[in-house]
Design a protein around this ligand. Structure first.
Ligand code: ATP
Ligand code: MG
Length: 392
């Protein structure tokens, strides 16, 4: 039986005037993700996108798999395509719903008529089809108040569609509709999750990673690249910047008090990141910090870090417990990569007794001791970039 996929969008349907452009971005995203699977026909109407596979070889399971990682989609349904004729609708409904009806006790029918010329009105369609299904599946009965399954009949311009049940989409807003930001991506568990959470709100993510060879290895860098590649499944294509940070870290170690090391390092990372963010037209930075998780992530530490930032720093994990972050990391499949044991430049020179409540004036004073301006410039100039594409 011929099937299509109906994609419904949630929240963005509420955005009134912007709806058109949200819908355009979403359709573009969907097309980009599905193109490797073959050719499809697309139609949009009433907060629903109708996706029709145009090649025999396309497997709907693969289509759904990809759609479930596209932000902006609230629900996904598979539907049988019927002629606009009640006889065809009833016949197809009975055979199409067979499997679904084996496992349930109660159902109801809802009908939607976009084509008002269809000879039956919605309540009549519901009544008739309800009766037919009841007869065909005697163990299942109608419950209009709290049915296990709602059978939908959707009468449109060229066809009618019958479907029951829905799958959850990725939610959020379509990628790119909320601008662009730069994620400070480490090899840890938190920053990939932070990137995912911002992407979910429609932000296109660019990634920046700091390395300190020879203190950090090639293998450690490859791990982070592997994370960036994995993140493309949800975040789309990711441009990845790799910053040489050795000179700055050595200068820090040489000239600044050890207890301020982590915060100074974070400030210098921010200074470099916002420089590159500006070149890339990113309007904000993103980190994986969570309040109180470690000494450098107290509120006072964040105040000291943000004092050097001229653009907003988003920390979407800030209110999450580690267990909650891990739950998301498992869902987006970055966890197993993150726990591979490779060093990060942050851990190379970890102070023995980091300052938990640093004072901004003291931090600023300490930073004066190093000669960082030119080093920052050199780090920016030495930065390499690479594009990670969604795997086809
Ligand atoms: P994560 O799990 O994301 O590494 P974490 O709990 O290990 O976080 P830190 O190592 O203190 O915490 O890092 C805090 C944040 O600083 C990270 O979430 C990330 O955004 C950024 N960061 C740390 N190291 C790097 C790095 N080498 N390159 C880019 N960003 C980094
Ligand atoms: Mg880390």
């Amino acid at each position: 039986m011929k099937e299509v996929i109906l994609v419904k969008y949630g929240e963005m349907a509420l955005k009134g005037l912007n709806k058109g452009s949200f819908e355009d971005i979403l359709i573009k995203q969907i097309k980009y993700r599905l193109r490797p699977l073959g050719r499809f026909g697309y139609q949009a109407a009433q907060s629903t996108i109708y996706i029709e596979p145009l090649e025999e070889t396309i497997r709907l399971e693969d289509v759904i798999d990809r759609l479930q990682k596209v932000f902006g989609i609230a629900t996904i349904c598979r539907a049988a395509v019927c002629e606009k004729d009640f006889n065809d609708i009833r016949e197809k409904a009975v055979s199409y719903l067979q499997e679904t009806f084996e496992d349930i006790r109660t159902f109801k029918v809802e009908a939607k008529r976009a084509d008002k010329h269809f000879p039956m009105k919605s309540p009549e369609i519901c009544r008739e089809l309800g009766g037919i299904l009841n007869e065909a599946f005697p163990d299942v009965s109608v419950d209009v108040h709290d049915p296990e399954v709602t059978v939908m009949v959707d009468i449109r311009d060229t066809n009618a569609y019958v479907y029951a049940g829905k799958l959850r989409g990725a939610g959020g807003l379509p990628l790119g509709c909320s601008g662009k930001a730069m994620l400070l991506l480490s090899g840890g568990i938190d920053s990939p999750v932070a990137g995912y959470m911002m992407a979910k709100r429609g932000v296109s993510v660019t990634a920046i990673h700091f390395v300190s060879p020879p203190y950090t290895s090639d293998r450690a860098r490859l791990k982070v690249e592997e994370l960036a590649q994995k993140m493309t499944e949800y975040c789309g294509d990711i441009k990845f910047f790799c910053v040489p940070f050795t000179e700055i870290q050595e200068e820090l170690k040489r000239r600044c008090p050890e207890e301020y090391f982590t915060i100074l390092m974070r400030r210098l990372m921010m200074l470099i990141a916002q420089e590159i963010a500006k070149q890339e037209e990113c309007s904000a930075l993103i980190t994986g910090e969570s309040i109180g998780q470690v000494a450098s992530q107290t509120m006072q530490a964040m105040v000291c870090t943000d004092a050097v930032c001229r653009i907003p720093v988003f920390r979407p994990c800030v209110g999450l417990d580690k267990t909650e972050i891990i739950e998301i990391a498992r869902k987006i499949d970055t966890f197993d990569i993150s726990i591979q044991p490779y060093e990060d430049c942050c851990t190379v020179f970890t102070p023995r007794h980091p300052k938990i409540r640093p004072r901004l004036d003291q931090i600023e004073q300490a930073q004066e001791n190093g000669h960082f301006e030119e080093m920052i410039q050199r780090a920016v100039e030495g930065t390499e970039s690479k594009l990670f594409r969604v795997i086809r």
